[in-house]
Design a protein around this ligand. Structure first.
Ligand SMILES: [Zn+2]
Length: 206
């Protein structure tokens, strides 16, 4: 089973559907009616058990309060990201709030059936940014921490930190990863090469 990529409004963030025994999505975008309609092509959205958030930016997460209210799915985020969200920060004029069901930290593991997701804390883009790693399939869902072709998340938004981002890229570069599922743009093979390139560029310009 491969992750199903759904490109979401308003800023074309990727949502990944993992249609396992316990169906889950990684990020949900900012438009709840759009994501419900898109998910309905693959399953009954009521079946979604988890909404794993890579971070709290509106373009990745603003649909989560509606999904939780409508379908009682469990919202997962890093404990430090919840602190940021609770601070009531706004980004480009957008602000929302969701009560997480699971506050996670580095190393936490979720079993979805065939798929296992391990939380990797990768601060820098935001304080509680995380990547979700599938060690058996060598997948990395990287949110806005790292993208393909040497791109990485910006660090000039609330809670951003350049030296932490570099450390996070170093941490990711040590993982055995083959496929990178970033928070924007297309997934790519040879994930480690893309991560190493991002690390090299980040060290040069940040
Ligand atoms: Zn972001």
């Amino acid at each position: 089973m491969e992750p199903i990529r759904i490109v979401t409004p308003p800023l074309m963030a990727n949502c990944y559907l993992l249609a396992d025994e316990r169906p889950a999505i990684i990020d949900c975008g900012g438009d709840s009616s759009f994501i419900v309609k898109a998910l309905s092509r693959y399953l009954n959205p009521k079946e979604i058990e988890f909404v794993f958030l890579t971070h709290s930016h509106f373009d990745h997460a603003m649909a989560s309060p509606d999904l939780k209210r409508w379908f009682e799915c469990k919202v997962v985020m890093h404990e430090m990201e919840f602190e940021l969200l609770k601070s009531g920060y706004s980004l480009f004029g957008y602000r929302f709030y969701v009560e997480p069901d699971f506050l996670v930290k580095d190393g936490d593991v979720f079993e979805l059936g065939e798929i296992e997701l391990r939380v990797i804390h990768t601060p820098g883009h935001t304080p509680g940014s995380v990547c979700y790693y599938e060690p058996n399939r060598k997948w990395l869902f990287s949110g806005d921490t790292v993208f393909s072709h040497g791109a990485f998340g910006r660090t000039d938004l609330p809670g951003g930190n350049s030296s932490e981002l570099i450390k996070s890229l170093e941490k990711l570069s040590k993982l055995d990863v083959e496929k990178l599922y970033p928070g924007h743009e297309e997934p790519v093979e040879n994930a480690r090469m893309h991560i190493l390139k991002a690390l090299e560029i980040a060290k040069t310009i940040l």
